[in-house]
Design a binder for this molecule. Sequence first.
Ligand SMILES: [Zn+2]
Length: 126
Amino acid sequence: MDKSAVSALYLLKNSPQVIKSNARSYTAQLIRSRGYSYVYRVGDYIVRIRAVGQMINKSNKDILLSCTCNFWKWNGPDFNAANQGYSERAFSNLSEPVVRDPHNQFLVCKHAYAALDQFRHDFPTN
Ligand SMILES: [Zn+2]
């Protein structure tokens, strides 16, 4: 598997409708940014976004991503992020969640979705 990062837009576009719908009830608040790292608070959880690689000065930046919630850890995003090269940090042992995400469709959780959406508003070149 290619370990290059992916764009925020790729993750937003390829997330299933249930994630998009559930994300609508959240507001993502940028609580810290340093260099190319951005930390959002979304509900009770922390979403970390890091812009990486040669895309850093271009539009549609590639990113690494993580969320501290249990859905991220166990229901697909943690595994998919590691497998597709956009993991900001791992929270699980990265075993494939064959029951909870059999089709590897949960690229992000609702918190990360809300944060990515806000990230693209806060930094429009992303
Ligand atoms: Zn989450």
